[in-house]
Design a protein around this ligand. Structure first.
Ligand code: SF4
Length: 365
């Protein structure tokens, strides 16, 4: 029997400015394309959605908020096809400069109950370096507005390890975040990826030791303030973890719609074309990979050990029908003290979290 697919990711690839560090699937906002894009998205959803009860929807990008109010209204109408579970989570990513009362009210009235905002830093100089068009005062104003409209589940994206950023500046950013009094934060170390403006300008990543110290500093400050470190890069107040992202880390299936989106359905992982022209012409999937039991197991560890609580042993047994200790390297890593078994869960020892890739490599097929 086919499993119910609980989650939906929708990619909106349009952006009004291109950030200097960005290697995501995106293009400059162009009114001419948006309407065709949404029509094609509607067709894709209608072709693949099998009327599952959906627990989480996540609209990401790109910048979903770069769409005009009418375009967003059209998008939200397309999304009405999804049958929602009672305790659904519906997230939309927003950029500060696009936030208006009208936009927030439109989202709120259309069942969006979580917003994720790309703040990145509060430091004017670093914002400029990242090519982000907002300032600290706007961030405060817009988040207060969102709260007034009714949003109480808000995530902030924060970038650290920005070239020339000092630890004091990072502390300033963390303190500014605390003043916003929101319940979730995703923190990302800036990695200069190929095909970005920073890479072309030959900007280098910061020194690894400083990167580690910044990671530790964030961890210490946030946990002291009552934020629960529940995934490598994510912290939340109790009960405000991202249900949608936990779906990925729990290695569960989900729909992915839109150009460049990835999905995982019926043991098949797929990625849609990142060409907007192809997508508009109703060409959707570009790559497909059948997930055999070995790959599924590999993903279970690579994704599951990102969570600070790791993998629940009983759930593992129910899913795979054998004991987690039968997986090669589990016992060895526990003996080495890199993995911990607290009798319910197996997780990475906090000392090794920063270097978790070196542990995860042991589970690669
Ligand atoms: S980081 Fe986000 S807003 Fe900036 S260019 Fe990339 S997708 Fe667009």
């Amino acid at each position: 029997m086919r499993n119910n697919i609980d989650s939906v990711y929708i990619h909106i690839p349009f952006c009004t400015t291109i950030c200097s560090y960005c290697d995501f699937c995106k293009i400059f906002y162009n009114k001419k394309y948006v309407n065709d894009y949404l029509n094609s998205l509607n067709k894709e959803i209608n072709a693949y959605y099998k009327h599952d009860i959906i627990k989480t929807i996540y609209i990401g990008g790109g910048t979903p908020s770069s769409l005009s109010i009418d375009e967003l209204r059209k998008l939200l109408n397309i999304i009405k096809i999804f049958k929602l579970a009672k305790d659904f989570e519906f997230t939309v990513e927003l950029n500060i400069e696009h936030i208006t009362k009208e936009l927030l009210e439109l989202l709120y009235k259309n069942k969006v109950n979580r917003i994720s905002i790309g703040v990145q830093t509060f430091n004017q100089e670093h914002l400029k370096f990242l090519n982000r068009n907002h300032n600290k005062e706007e961030v405060i104003k817009k988040i207060n507005l969102a709260k007034k409209v009714g949003f109480n589940n808000i995530n902030i994206d924060l970038i650290y390890a920005i070239p020339n950023q000092t630890k004091e500046e990072l502390v300033d950013d963390i303190n500014s975040f605390f003043k916003l009094d929101v319940n979730h934060i995703s923190t990302y170390s800036l990695i200069i990826e190929p095909r970005t403006k920073l890479y072309i300008k030959k900007v280098n990543n910061i020194d690894e030791t400083l990167d580690y110290e910044m990671y530790e500093l964030i961890n210490e400050r946030l946990t002291k303030k009552g934020y629960n470190h529940y995934e490598l890069s994510n912290y939340s107040k109790p009960d405000f973890e991202s249900k949608h992202n936990l779906q990925y880390w729990n290695n569960l299936e989900y729909y992915g719609f839109g150009a460049g989106a990835s999905g995982y359905i019926n043991d098949l992982r797929y990625t849609n074309t990142s060409s907007i022209t192809k997508y508009i012409n109703n060409h959707y999937r570009d790559e497909e990979e059948k997930v055999n039991s070995k790959i599924k197991l590999e993903n279970e560890f690579i994704l599951g050990l990102r969570k600070i609580n790791g993998i629940n042993k009983q759930e593992f047994y129910q899913k795979y029908g054998f004991d987690i200790y039968e997986v090669p390297n589990v016992e060895k890593l526990i003996m080495e003290g890199k993995l911990i078994d607290n009798s319910n869960n197996i997780y990475i020892d906090s000392k090794y979290l920063y270097l978790s890739n070196e542990i995860l490599i042991n589970f690669m097929v």
